[in-house]
Design a protein around this ligand. Sequence first.
Ligand code: NAG
Ligand code: NAG
Ligand code: NAG
Length: 483
Amino acid sequence: MTSRLRFWVIFQVVLVIFFARLSCSFKAKSAIGDPGMKRDNLRVAIEAWNQCNEVYEEAPNMGSPRHADCFDLQKSNNRSNKNNVLAAKLVHLVNEFDNKLSINDAKSLGQYYLNVDMYAAWKELFLGYKCKVQDEPKPWNFWMIMLKSGNMDTTAAICPRNGIPSQPFAQIPRFPCFGKGCMNIPRIYHDYSTLHSHRKHPKETKLKGGFHGTWELDADMSTAKTRNDTSFFSLEFHHVLKTSSKYPWLMHYLRSDATTGFSGGYHYETRGMSKIVPKSPNFKVRFTLDVIKGGGPRSQFYLMDIGSCWKNNGQPCDGDVTTDVMRYSEMIINPDIHTVSPGCNPKENLKLCPIYHTFANGTRVHRTDEARFPYDAYHMHCSPGNGMYLEEPFNHCDEYSNPQAQEILQILPHPVWGWIGDPRTWELDVGRLSQSLYFYQDPFTKPAERHWPSIDLGTEIYVSSNQLAEWVVSDFDIIVTDE
Ligand SMILES: *[C@@H]1O[C@H](CO)[C@@H](O)[C@H](O)[C@H]1NC(C)=O
Ligand SMILES: *[C@@H]1O[C@H](CO)[C@@H](O)[C@H](O)[C@H]1NC(C)=O
Ligand SMILES: *[C@@H]1O[C@H](CO)[C@@H](O)[C@H](O)[C@H]1NC(C)=O
């Protein structure tokens, strides 16, 4: 009961991922375009994915599911106006026409060969170009907000299986679907950022804006937020996610993605915020997170979700979805998660434990070493469906929920990761952590270099209707400590 209370009460988490080595010649620097989310000139974009991270069909009259709110605040020092108010105006870089672009516009833009999935990827590059900020060592684009529904119509065989075209099969409980069209993209509405004068301090101005929407295509948007059994999301860096019985499995993350190349879970070129892609073990991540509502016992609230891609032979991914493997490491902070799924343990669920744990001093312990293996530090490990030499017993990852095969390691707050002291202020050594985590590789192959093009936080509410999560992220930064 106490652990439940701890999660529901507003709390503050400061996550600091320590650097493993501090080289004297290298000055720690931010890897992202907007360190600490301090810029007035905001850059934010939103994307929606179906179960296999594609579009398949746009929501009616919504355009392709990529939208952006990017603006520059122009201040003028004209204080001759009578209130002596500092004059400022917003110059929006992405207009409504850009945000509404849909596959129906592809031909008039000369994009004859794009299907609806490729068009969304194209639109992201277009919005990225409009929002681009020149910087060193590379220009950057925007924060990315991801929305994803886990619904899957297995009878329609829309999603490939481990990157290979799939066959239809009868609906099973593992994949929620209320019937035809269950994999729809949400309706997304945009409140363009605007300047308002502060009610209490009229000489000050504040910015307001955001996105909101619902997956229920027929719901009344004005009541979706409060109406029972209606999915809803909103964000202004204050995030809300609500599930319904038709849409019980929803994800909503804030992502810092690489500005070029593929980012976590995707096999198209993307745009993002990380002008430097952090590499294990030389980076730390820092942010403040207020969890206001946890999202229920099956909410996999990710304090940190890092995504990368490499092949089973250790080579970097190249877009060939049959051999590329997405690798995720997710730290779940919902203390109730064990009450709904017991997770990794040596007696009943050894298959959910990674093969090895590596301690900070480099000592590696096999998962059958019951005296020394820290089972409580792990929730779940699943292996890539195309791994040829997996050690028994194993647990294959969801074969359908990515364009390619995937491997996931879900971990829990535990002293072995460097947790210190008061649970409100957590310090975590993730640069080192991400280096030492077990991920599958074919025997006798050179270990993959671990670059993390996607660093996210947010929640995945796993198959449970009418759950509500609400949280605020601030001060986000990724600091690289060596290159
Ligand atoms: C400064 O503000 C005054 C009063 O609002 C206005 O008349 C004037 O045109 C402004 N000057 C400039 C340079 O914007
Ligand atoms: C909300 O809707 C669900 C699904 O229809 C139902 O089971 C539940 O009782 C409803 N809750 C309230 C408070 O009406
Ligand atoms: C490394 O750390 C582990 C866990 O704290 C401990 O059991 C082991 O003895 C240590 N090994 C060495 C060589 O210090």
